[in-house]
Design a protein around this ligand. Structure first.
Ligand code: PGA
Length: 280
């Protein structure tokens, strides 16, 4: 398996889309929260079989390297939360995709609505960041989602299609690109769209991807994000075309995050990791 495929598993068709449960820690977490990620690692290692979902955590950049050095990425993959569009240069305070890779990341979240809002990130910039991520050999998790006002004016699908068109690079494949549908009004609010609404948006995303990437769209994972919790994950993850979750608040506590991962159960065909190999 190449470095590129590492983060995301090989996906060649609809049947082979392995779910991904990714935690987005946002600006939360200092050294003491490393315990939480170790607890997740231990819970995963204690499972008699491997979880059916891939597991990823996107911690603050300050914790990425130490976590990635402690935990084998076959148990938990790690991701960045943002990167600069350039590989290097005079950009004080920024971090490149290559640096995140060097620190142990196998993916980068780009275009999260908090970045779009707090930093004025446009679709064009998000696409450049996704391309930088791919060029560094990492997968991008490209976020799209409508605001409450856009939903009220029935603009949801227009907004999502425009964001997909502008943010997803032309060379995207199932190995390097994951889409996350995150309605802005559902993030951190405890509100979630109805299951029908999620199914409609995810089907629309799949169709839009099919037009641009006829060869690849069936294999691309589309995550749902926005107030995914242990109590609603079971229902949300069953929705057609929902291939996993991008989890904010509920990924900060090992117990909650494990309950979400466990929605997918474990896979008897895949033996548990060898503890000697998986714990560095
Ligand atoms: P939430 O955040 O689960 O806390 O709503 C999701 C996200 O922003 O990725």
């Amino acid at each position: 398996m190449t470095e590129k495929a590492d983060a995301t598993q090989e996906n060649t068709g609809k049947q082979s889309r392995k779910p991904l449960v990714a935690g987005n820690w946002k600006m939360h977490g200092q050294k003491e929260q490393i315990q939480e990620v170790l607890a997740i690692r231990d819970a995963l290692m204690a499972m008699p079989n491997r979880p059916k979902a891939d597991v990823m955590i996107c911690p603050p950049a300050t914790l990425l390297m130490v976590m990635a050095e402690l935990i084998d990425k076959s148990v938990i993959a790690f991701g960045g939360q943002d990167c600069h569009a350039f590989e290097k240069g005079p950009h004080t305070g920024d971090i490149s995709a290559a640096m995140l890779k060097d620190a142990g990341a196998s993916a980068v979240i780009v275009g999260h609505s908090e970045r779009r809002e707090d930093h004025g990130e446009t679709d064009d910039l998000v696409q450049k960041k996704a391309m930088a991520t791919h060029n560094a050999g990492l997968a991008s998790i490209i976020c799209v989602g409508e605001t409450k006002g856009q939903r009220q004016y029935d603009l949801t699908l227009d907004v999502i299609n425009r964001q997909l068109e502008g943010s997803v690079p032309p060379e995207s494949t199932p190995q390097n690109t994951i889409i996350a549908y995150e309605p802005v009004w559902a993030i951190g609010t405890g509100l979630v769209p109805t299951l029908d609404d999620i199914a409609t948006v995810h089907a629309n995303i799949r169709e839009t991807l099919e037009k641009r990437f006829p060869e690849h769209a069936a294999g691309m994972r589309i995550l749902y994000g926005g107030s995914v919790k242990p109590g609603n994950a079971g229902q949300l993850m069953k929705v057609e075309n929902v291939d996993g979750a991008l989890v904010g608040g509920a990924s900060l506590k090992a117990d909650d995050f494990m309950k979400i991962i466990n929605v997918y159960g474990s896979d008897k065909k895949t033996p548990p990791p060898d503890p000697k190999q998986s714990v560095k």
